[in-house]
Design a protein around this ligand. Structure first.
Ligand code: BGC
Length: 727
C-alpha cells in the first residue's frame, strides 16, 4: 500500500465514525493494523517516547501526526521550550485559569465538573493540544502534601463521581484527558523513589477507585504513571498496577504515559505496560540536554532489545496500537471541534465553579453576607488579598488572561465602602525548590496591619498558603499544619484590636486555626483562578449563597490525622520505604472510627439559608447483590433565601465480620431550593457499593446482614438513619 492509500485509510475510518457507532471501533482497529504493518520497527519505537518536553513523534513519511500534550489540570499551561523547562515566550498562549480541583470537588456538583472539563478541553483544543495532563485524583492522605490542591479530596466516592464528567467534558473536544498520577503519589517529599507499602484492601478501597471510575465510567483515553514505587517497583511500569489491574481487570485500551522522568528501566517499561515515556534526561533526571530523547529507556535501548530478540516485537506493536487508537480519538479525528479560548463563557464557568466551591466554615451572628451598599470602613489585610495564585505551584502554573485579586473583587463589589489595605506579612518567593525569604521587615508589616485594623469597622483577613515551595507546591510538602509567615500571631494581634474580624483562607490544604474561636467568620476560598476576586465578593456580599462542602477533613492538630498518628515510616517514610499505617482509615474514616473530633469535617459547609431533612426511606427493606438501593428524602429550605444543600448518604456496616469504617460516603446530590421550598430527592446506591475488598479472596465481598444508611448534610451532621439488610 502506498502513502496515499494509508492517508485514505486514516481518512476513511474517521469518515465513518459518526455513522456506524460501535462498528467504527472495529473499523478503526483494522485501519490501525494497516498502519502498523506499514511502520518500520524504528518508526514504531520512535512513537513510544518524547521528542521534546511536551510532544512525541509522528511518522513524517506517512503523515501520522505528532502528539502534543500540556498541563493541566486547571487551564492550559503556557508553551514550554522544546528542550528546556523555560517558557517559550509566545504571546498567544494565555488562558482562562479555572479554580483548582479541590474547589471543583468542593462544589459536590458533577454537572459543573462537566462544564469545567468541556471549557478547559476547548482551550486545549484551540491551543492544538492532543492530551491535557489532568485531572489529578490522588487521594488526600495528609494535609502536608504539597499537591493536594490539584486533587479531589480524601473520599474515593467523591473523587470518582467528580472526575468522570471532567474527563467526558475534555474528551468531547477530541482532546484526551490524562488522569494522574497512577497511583499512591500522596506526598511530594521523596516522590521520585519512595516505596509505598499498604494493604491490598486500602489500595482497592481508597486509592484506586477514582482511577477505576476514570477508566470504566469516564472512558479516559490516557493515564499518567506516578513517580513513586509501590511494593518495590516504579508505578509507571508496574506489573500488578498496569498489566494486571489497569489493562487487565479494567480493560483500559488507552495510553499509559510516564510522569516526566518516571521511567527507570527499559525492560520493565517495555513489559509492564508503559506506552509513552516523557521527560527523562540522559542522566536519569528531568533536566535533559539536546537529543537526549534517543537515549530514553523506550528509545534506542528498547529498539536494541527488540532487535536482539530479548523483547518481542509484539510488545512495541501493542504500544503503537494504543497510541494510534488515541490518535483516532484526537488528532486523526477530522471531525473534532476546533476549540476556543479566553471567551466570556469560559470565564463564566470559572466564576461559577469558584462561587459554588467556596466553603463558609463559620458565620457568627450572620457576619456574612456584608451589605454591598455599606459605607463602613473595611480593612482588607493579608498578602493573599493581592497575590497572584495562578503563578507558582509547579506544573499547574498558568499564564492567565486576567486574574481578579480578592482586593479588586472586594473594592468593586463594595464600591461605597471605605476600603483600606495592608499586606500584614510577606511570604517571599521560591525558585528551583528553594524558599527565598522576603526582605521586607516582618515587624513593620505587622504593626502597619494592626494600625489599619484599628481604624476599620470590619477586618477581612485574606491569608492562608500560597504556591511557593513548601506551601501548596509540587516537589515539596508543607512543614506543618499552622499558617506560615507569622499569620497566627498577626491574627491574634488584629483580633485583639478589632473584634469584627473574618478570615478568608486561600489554600488547597487544611490548616490549624488557633484563632478559630475569635474569628467572626471563616471562609475556605481555595485557589480560584481568573475570577478569584469576583467569586469571593459574590459570596461575601450575598449575591451568591455559599454551597461548597469540604472535600477533606480539617483536623485540630496534625497528629489527629490518620497518616500522622504513627511514626515516621507512616509519614514521610524513612527515605526509602513508607507504610500507610492508618490503612483504610483515611480522612473522616479515621476521625469517625477513632472518635477524634475534627475542627471541620468532611462534607461540611454553611449556607445563608437553613435546611431541614426528614422522611428518609428506602424503596425496600432488603436487597441482594445487583440491586440498586433507592433512598427518598425530603429536604426543605426553611429560610427565605434561595440556597443549595448537599444531601449526603453514608453507610455503616452493622454486622461486619471485620473492621469497617464508622461511615463511608456512598451517594450525594446537590439540591437548589427557593426560600420555603420543599423537594423530595432520590439517591441511588448500587448494593455492590456496600462491599469491602476481601484480601482472602482478592476480590470485593458483599456480606449479608444489616447496614445503616445515614443521611445528612456533612459527615457528622447526620439527620436521619434507616436500616436495610443485604440478603
Ligand atoms: C508532574 C506532572 C506534570 C508533568 C509535566 C511532572 O513533574 O508531576 O503532573 O504533568 O511534570 O509538566
Amino acid at each position: 500500500m502506498n502513502k496515499y492509500l494509508i492517508a485514505f485509510a486514516v481518512y476513511a475510518s474517521v469518515a465513518c465514525a459518526n455513522v456506524f457507532g460501535q462498528d467504527i471501533d472495529q473499523e478503526i482497529e483494522s485501519k490501525i493494523e494497516v498502519i502498523l504493518n506499514r511502520l518500520t520497527l524504528e518508526e514504531k519505537v520512535k512513537m513510544c517516547h518524547a521528542q521534546s518536553k511536551f510532544s512525541s513523534a509522528g511518522v513524517e513519511r506517512l503523515g501520522i501526526p505528532e502528539i502534543w500534550m500540556s498541563d493541566g489540570p486547571h487551564g492550559v499551561r503556557a508553551e514550554i521550550e522544546w528542550d528546556s523547562w523555560n517558557y517559550a515566550g509566545w504571546t498567544n498562549d494565555s488562558c482562562t485559569a479555572f479554580p483548582a480541583l479541590t474547589c471543583l470537588a468542593a462544589t459536590f456538583n458533577p454537572e459543573l465538573s462537566y462544564k469545567y472539563g468541556l471549557a478547559v478541553g476547548e482551550e486545549a483544543r484551540y491551543r492544538k493540544k492532543d492530551i491535557l495532563l489532568g485531572p489529578g485524583v490522588n487521594i488526600y492522605r495528609t494535609p502536608l502534601n504539597g499537591r493536594n490542591f490539584e486533587y479531589m479530596g480524601e473520599d474515593p466516592h467523591l473523587a470518582s463521581v467528580m472526575c468522570v464528567p471532567y474527563i467526558k467534558g475534555v474528551q468531547t473536544n477530541g482532546v484526551a484527558a490524562c488522569v494522574k498520577h497512577y497511583v499512591l503519589n500522596n506526598q511530594e517529599v521523596w516522590r521520585s523513589h519512595i516505596n509505598v507499602q499498604l494493604s491490598d484492601r486500602a489500595l482497592h478501597e481508597i486509592y484506586l477507585p477514582a482511577f477505576k471510575a476514570a477508566v470504566e465510567e469516564g472512558d479516559v483515553w490516557s493515564i499518567m504513571g506516578a513517580y513513586n514505587k509501590y511494593n518495590g517497583q516504579h508505578t509507571s511500569h508496574h506489573d500488578v498496577l498496569i498489566n494486571d489491574i489497569l489493562k487487565g481487570d479494567w480493560g483500559f485500551d488507552g495510553v499509559v504515559v510516564t510522569d516526566w522522568g518516571s521511567a527507570h528501566d527499559t525492560k520493565e517499561a517495555a513489559l509492564n505496560g508503559l506506552d509513552i515515556e516523557m521527560g527523562t534526561g540522559t542522566d536519569g533526571l528531568t533536566s535533559s540536554t539536546e537529543n537526549a530523547y534517543d537515549y530514553y529507556y523506550l528509545a534506542k535501548p528498547f529498539l536494541e532489545m527488540i532487535k536482539s530478540g530479548e523483547i518481542d516485537e509484539s510488545v512495541v506493536d501493542d504500544k503503537v496500537r494504543r497510541i494510534l487508537r488515541l490518535m483516532y480519538r484526537t488528532n486523526m479525528d477530522t471531525k473534532r471541534p476546533h476549540g476556543r479560548k479566553g471567551n466570556k463563557e469560559h470565564f463564566d464557568v470559572a466564576r461559577e465553579v469558584a462561587q459554588e466551591g467556596i466553603v463558609l466554615l463559620k458565620n457568627h451572628k450572620a457576619f456574612f453576607p456584608l451589605d454591598a451598599e455599606t459605607t463602613k470602613t473595611i480593612a482588607v489585610i493579608g498578602e493573599n488579598a493581592t497575590r497572584m495564585m495562578t503563578l507558582g505551584g509547579g506544573s499547574s502554573e498558568l499564564k492567565t488572561i486576567h486574574e481578579i485579586s480578592p482586593l479588586e473583587g472586594i473594592q468593586k463589589q463594595f464600591s461605597k465602602a471605605n476600603i483600606i489595605h495592608s499586606m500584614g506579612y510577606a511570604s517571599g518567593a521560591s525558585a528551583y525548590g528553594r524558599v527565598i525569604p522576603s526582605k521586607l521587615n516582618a515587624n513593620k508589616l505587622k504593626k502597619e496591619a494592626v494600625e489599619v485594623a484599628k481604624q476599620a469597622d470590619i477586618v477581612l483577613f485574606v491569608g492562608g498558603l500560597n504556591k511557593n515551595h513548601e506551601q501548596d507546591c509540587e516537589n515539596g510538602d508543607r512543614l506543618g499544619l499552622n499558617l506560615p509567615f507569622g499569620q497566627d500571631e498577626l491574627l491574634d494581634e488584629i483580633m485583639a484590636v478589632n473584634k469584627n474580624t473574618a478570615v478568608i483562607l486561600v489554600s488547597g490544604n487544611a490548616v490549624a486555626m488557633p484563632w478559630q474561636n475569635k474569628a467572626k467568620a471563616i471562609v475556605q476560598a481555595w485557589y480560584l483562578g481568573s475570577e478569584t476576586g469576583h467569586a469571593l465578593a459574590d459570596v461575601i456580599s450575598g449575591d451568591v449563597n455559599p454551597s461548597g462542602k469540604l472535600p477533606f477533613t480539617f483536623p485540630v492538630k496534625l497528629e489527629d490525622n490518620g497518616a500522622h498518628a504513627f511514626d515516621e515510616l507512616s509519614y514521610p517514610g524513612d527515605g526509602n520505604d513508607q507504610v500507610y499505617k492508618e490503612d483504610i482509615l483515611v480522612g473522616y474514616r479515621w476521625h469517625d472510627t477513632k472518635k477524634i473530633k475534627p475542627l471541620y469535617e468532611f462534607g461540611f459547609g454553611l449556607s445563608y439559608s437553613s435546611f431541614s431533612i426528614s422522611g428518609a426511606s428506602s424503596d425496600q427493606k432488603a436487597y441482594k447483590a445487583g440491586d440498586v438501593i433507592k433512598v427518598d428524602v425530603e429536604i426543605k429550605n426553611t429560610s427565605k433565601v434561595l440556597g443549595a444543600e448537599v444531601v449526603q448518604v453514608y453507610v455503616h456496616d452493622e454486622d461486619a465480620s471485620l473492621m469497617r469504617p464508622e461511615k463511608e460516603l456512598k451517594a450525594f446530590t446537590k439540591v437548589k431550593l427557593e426560600g420555603g421550598e420543599t423537594q423530595t430527592v432520590q439517591l441511588e446506591i448500587p448494593a455492590s457499593a456496600l462491599a469491602f475488598y476481601d484480601e482472602k479472596i482478592n476480590d470485593w465481598n458483599l456480606e449479608t446482614g444489616k447496614y445503616s444508611l445515614m443521611i445528612g448534610t456533612s459527615s457528622r451532621d447526620i439527620k436521619e438513619t434507616i436500616e436495610i439488610e443485604i440478603k
